[in-house]
Design a protein around this ligand. Sequence first.
Ligand SMILES: Cc1cc2nc3c(=O)[nH]c(=O)nc-3n(C[C@H](O)[C@H](O)[C@H](O)COP(=O)(O)OP(=O)(O)OC[C@H]3O[C@@H](n4cnc5c(N)ncnc54)[C@H](O)[C@@H]3O)c2cc1C
Length: 412
Amino acid sequence: MRVAVIGAGIVGVAIAHALLDQGHAVDLVDRDGIAAGASAGNAGWIAHVDILPLASGKAWRNLPRWALDPLGPLSIRAAYLPKLLPWFARFASASRPARIEASTLAISALNSRALPAWERRLEALGLGHHLRRHGLLSVWSSEAGWRAAGPLIERQRALGAPVEALDATALQALEPALGPRARFGALYPSGCHVSDPRNLTLDLGRSALQRGARLLPMEAVSLRRGEDVGFHHSLGTALYDAVIVAAGAWSKPLAASIGDHVPLDTERGYNVTLPSGRLGLSRPVMFEGEGFVVSPLDTGDRVGGSVEFAGLEASPNYARVDAILTRLQRFLPQAELSGGTRWMGFRPSMPDSLPVIGAAPDEPRILYAFGHGHYGLTQAAATAEIVADLLAGRQPAISIALYSPRRFAERF
Ligand SMILES: Cc1cc2nc3c(=O)[nH]c(=O)nc-3n(C[C@H](O)[C@H](O)[C@H](O)COP(=O)(O)OP(=O)(O)OC[C@H]3O[C@@H](n4cnc5c(N)ncnc54)[C@H](O)[C@@H]3O)c2cc1C
């Protein structure tokens, strides 16, 4: 088949490879080239041990504290609030215990396939050197926070992720740069990260081109369906046997152009990348309850996180990065944190923290693969395998019912 993949972020390039495996002719369509969106600057975690949706007790527990701090881990720009209300209503609804449980199982099903899928893909392409297997570490400063995490850690273990509980002494021994504020820790030895998310995406994109894919530097303005499927662009219409929409946070208007209204919004995230080694950490660390993580990437020590609801147009508020660094300094008292490069990116986020993967309700030749939120890098290779199965008419290895574009039936 001739297939257009709209979006050359990590999800799009992973899909391109899965389709090339099947002998399809692939056009990667991106207005800004490979790795132009969120996939360029994320934290680089293969966070396959994570299982909780954002709409969970953990977020609601922290919400009152976060809401009072305009530069805290979560914020909503006042001007954007009216636009966000439908998404937020869905988020609240997804926070009911039965929905949290369903989302947890659906995240876990996809994440359980995430690392093996990446291993298969990277080994096959000779790109295995991008994986760093140093584990992932979560730290807590308060005993109450640590205790509250107990049930989640037990659940992760039950779902097959090894977790080592660490006290302050063990934390110090593991990561000597951590100061006394880091009192409790959970080490996920099977967790890993990548060399640098942009370099990984670029390498995957280049190797897709070497395998015969074409890169079309153009913007898809809307989708086309009818006798033929394809997309409209500024110079006309491109027709294909199938179209995959993997345009990250910008996928919503494309789906809407053929009548599919999905409550996709963006959780904007920020980071700063410092020269390598500045933090003195040997593995990625999540500072629980603080809303930021650090990643010792090959290209520098990256500090970032935060969730800001302000849409796709508002300019970045880099004061958020400074606030993150102030909070980080309390955990890494000796680290020199000045002089980094700042970045802001758009997580493509659904209210239930599940991606949209599946055929357009009325057009099996148009498939959606977007909305991976905090886990797009983690889940891209597994998503790509599902998309290739769907295009071939095969049953995917896991149920995709909960990723369905139909799950939010109402118009937004
Ligand atoms: C601060 C931060 C930290 C993160 N950390 C992690 C992490 O550690 N691990 C993890 O798994 N995930 C992480 N994420 C999430 C992850 O980055 C995203 O989920 C992922 O990058 C989404 O990939 P994507 O390919 O769907 O979208 P993108 O990378 O955004 O790519 C979409 C592409 O589509 C193109 N495009 C859009 N519209 C059109 C159009 N109409 N026509 C043509 N091209 C179009 C854009 O130019 C862009 O290149 C993080 C995100 C942020 C912001």
